[in-house]
Ligand binder design. Sequence first.
Ligand code: PD2
Ligand code: ZN
Length: 295
Amino acid sequence: MPVVDAAWEEWLSSNVARGCSPDSMVDAMVQAGFATDAARAAVHKTFSQDPANPANPAFAAAAATEAALAKAAPQTYQYDDPPVARGNVIRAHDRDVRVLMRCERPQVIVFGDVLSPDECAEMIERSRHRLKRSTTVNPDTGKEDVIRNRTSEGIWYQRGEDAFIERMDRRIASLMNWPVENGEGLQILHYGTTGEYRPHFDYFPPDQPGSAVHTAQGGQRVATLVIYLNDVSDGGETIFPEAGMSVAARQGGAVYFRYMNGQRQLDPLTLHGGAPVLGGDKWIMTKWMRERAYG
Ligand code: PD2
Ligand code: ZN
């Protein structure tokens, strides 16, 4: 009776690799003089050593490594539907707002006439004498630092602080289609000529130690609305360098961008900045929305 020597082992593994069925291999071995049980045992052993066979322990280990890698690897951002209403005109609380442009990747929407010229002027006049040099979150400590990347001055308004601010908060929440309670207070920013805000993310990068302080309340930021309170004669666009896109500052207009999807992924294509102001000055009002109720 034949034995499973090196030549038979070679035959067995090459037949498994070729995709032969176990039964056909057992038949061939029986034809060659093997006892049926011996043929079955040899075929079974060869199949269980196949790296593509789930019964092979090496297969299970490779699959586990693959799963761990897939979990650890940054997943591509999945673009689900943004909450903002469809259509070219959106009823936002007390005002009709025009949609001028929509971009899907990253999710950016440009609006016209979010505020009237009178409302823009009122926001500027209320803020003009109360401005303080803007700060930026220190990624290590989470503290607010004054840095050269952000040459503007600003002021925060508490949500619903008076009837006018409350109307702005409600209109903006309605336009962004996100709960008013999830919004941070409005921020007014003023840039003089040469003022800029270099490219940054509005979300708090999860890998930076300082972010936890900011997400403890309300969770991560999910979307931003920047409203332009004046026309800027030259420069001062909101730029999205990864998308090769810029939005000109036009009084009453606004740019919306969304960076967190329903799976809590963050979109790196929303890197953005305020380009240097080259002529005159620039006033904006910003609303950041959080995952949950804030403040
Ligand atoms: O000034 C801007 O256009 C601008 C752009 C991007 C402001 C901000 N981000 C911001 O305050 O986060
Ligand atoms: Zn920003």
